[in-house]
Design a protein around this ligand. Structure first.
Ligand code: NAP
Length: 339
C-alpha cells in the first residue's frame, strides 16, 4: 500500500524577513517501511528560530535546507509500519523529519539526527517539542550551565514569553529567583506575571527600557538570558551587577537583517563591570538532558512549570507558523498540529 504525504518546502531562500511566498507545498508518495526502516505519521511539528539560519543557502553550524525538498525540524509522530525489531507499530517517536505528514526512513539514518521513543501518556506529546524537548534543554543549559545561575539570584530574560524564555522564567522562579521578563505584548506580560514573574515589561510600549529595568531590579541583575539582542542587550549591559553573567542563547532581532546590525554602543561596560558573556548551542549540552528531565518531572507534576503554546492546524499553515516567530503573533511554543 502506498501512502501520501503533503510536505512544506522552501521555494526560494528568503531575503530579509521571510514571506509566505517563500514556501510551497508538495505531495509525495511514501512506500511503507522495508527492512531496518520505520514509517511514521507525524502528529505535531515544531517551528524554531534557528531554522531561519538554514534558509540562507549558506552552511553555518548546520547545512542549509534544499530548495524544493521538505524542510527538516523537530516532529512527534506515531509508527504506522515497521521493519525494525526495536520499533513497533503504535510506538511514538520524536524525529527531525518535520515539515511533512508522513515519512519512511531507516532507523540508522534517523538516529544520526535524533530518534527518541516517547510515552504520550506521560505528558502531552507536543511537550517533547517544547519544555521537554530542545527549547526546554536550551533553557536549562543556558541558565544553569552557561550563566551558572544560583538559587535566589536576580535574573533578566528577553523573549521571556517564548518557548525558551518562558521555560527559563519558570525554572528560575522555582529556584527562588527574582525574575524580570521582557516581551512584546501586554497579554504576554500578563501571562508571565500570572506564572510568577515578578515584573514583565512590554518593550514595545515602555518609554525607556533601561529605566524600566532599573525600577524593576534596583540592585541590578546577576544573570541575563539573552534571546533577542539589539536594544535589549544594551539595556541589559546598563543594568547588570558587577561580575554578572550573560548567557547568549540567541539574537532573534538580527536574524532577518539584510545589513549587519550595529554593535551595542555600550559594550565597554563588560570591562568595568567584569561581566562574562558566553554564547552556546544546545547540541553541545545533550549530556545534561537526563539531569534536566529529573528536575522537570517534579516541576511539571506540581504545576510549577507548564508548556505555554500556540497551535496552528495543518501542514498548509506551517509556513505561517514559522513567520509568527518573527511577527511575535503567538504565545509560548509555536507548534503545528498535523492530524
Ligand atoms: N543557542 C541555542 O542552542 C538555541 C536553541 C533554541 C533557541 N535559541 C534561540 O532562543 C531564542 C528564542 O527561541 P524560541 O524558540 O524560544 O522562540 P520564541 O521566543 O518562542 O519566538 C520568538 C519570539 O521572539 C520575539 N521576537 C521576534 N522578532 C523580534 C525582534 N525583531 N525584536 C524583539 N523580539 C523579537 C517575539 O516575541 P515578542 O512578542 O516578545 O517580541 C517572538 O514571539 C531565539 O533567539 C532562538 O534563536 C537558541
Amino acid at each position: 500500500m502506498t501512502l501520501t504525504s503533503r510536505n512544506m518546502c522552501l521555494k526560494h531562500y528568503p531575503k530579509g524577513m521571510p514571506v509566505s511566498d517563500d514556501f510551497q507545498m508538495t505531495t509525495t508518495e511514501i512506500a511503507p517501511a522495508g527492512d531496518g526502516e520505520i514509517t511514521v505519521r507525524n502528529h505535531w511539528m515544531s517551528v524554531d528560530p534557528y531554522m531561519r539560519g538554514r534558509m540562507t543557502g549558506i552552511k553555518t553550524y548546520i547545512a542549509p535546507f534544499e530548495l524544493g525538498q521538505p524542510m527538516e525540524g523537530g516532529a512527534v509522530g506515531e509508527i504506522i509500519h515497521s521493519g525494525h525489531p526495536d520499533f513497533k507499530v503504535g510506538d511514538w517517536v520524536v524525529s527531525m523529519l518535520g515539515w511533512r505528514e508522513v515519512f519512511t526512513a531507516s532507523v540508522e539514518n534517523l538516529q544520526k539526527m535524533l530518534l527518541q521513543k516517547i510515552d504520550p501518556a506521560l505528558i502531552p506529546p507536543q511537550a517533547f517539542l517544547g519544555v521537554a524537548g530542545m527549547p526546554g534543554l536550551t533553557a536549562y543549559a543556558g541558565l544553569y550551565k552557561v550563566a551558572e545561575f544560583k538559587p535566589g539570584e536576580t535574573v533578566l530574560v528577553s523573549g521571556a514569553a517564548g518557548a525558551v524564555g518562558s521555560t527559563v522564567c519558570q525554572l528560575a522562579k522555582a529556584d527562588g529567583a527574582r525574575v524580570v521578563g521582557i516581551a512584546g505584548t501586554d497579554d504576554k506580560c500578563k501571562w508571565l506575571e500570572s506564572h510568577g514573574v515578578d515584573v514583565a515589561i512590554n518593550y514595545k510600549t515602555t518609554k525607556n527600557l533601561t529605566e524600566s529595568l532599573m525600577k524593576a531590579a534596583p540592585d541590578g541583575f546577576d544573570v541575563y538570558f539573552e534571546n533577542v539582542g539589539g536594544e535589549m542587550l544594551e539595556a541589559a549591559l546598563n543594568t547588570m551587577k558587577m561580575f554578572g553573567r550573560i548567557a547568549a542563547c540567541g539574537m532573534i532581532s538580527q536574524y532577518n537583517n539584510a545589513e549587519p546590525a550595529p554593535g551595542p554602543s555600550n559594550l565597554v561596560m563588560i570591562v568595568g563591570k567584569s561581566l562574562r558573556l558566553q554564547g552556546f548551542i544546545v547540541s553541545n549540552y545533550q549530556e545534561f538532558a537526563l539531569e534536566y528531565f529529573a528536575k522537570l518531572g517534579p516541576l511539571m507534576a506540581e504545576g510549577k512549570l507548564v508548556q505555554h503554546e500556540t497551535v496552528l492546524n495543518g501542514i498548509e499553515n506551517a509556513g505561517e507558523a514559522f513567520l509568527r516567530l518573527f511577527s511575535g503573533d503567538k504565545q509560548g511554543k509555536m507548534l503545528v498540529k498535523l492530524t
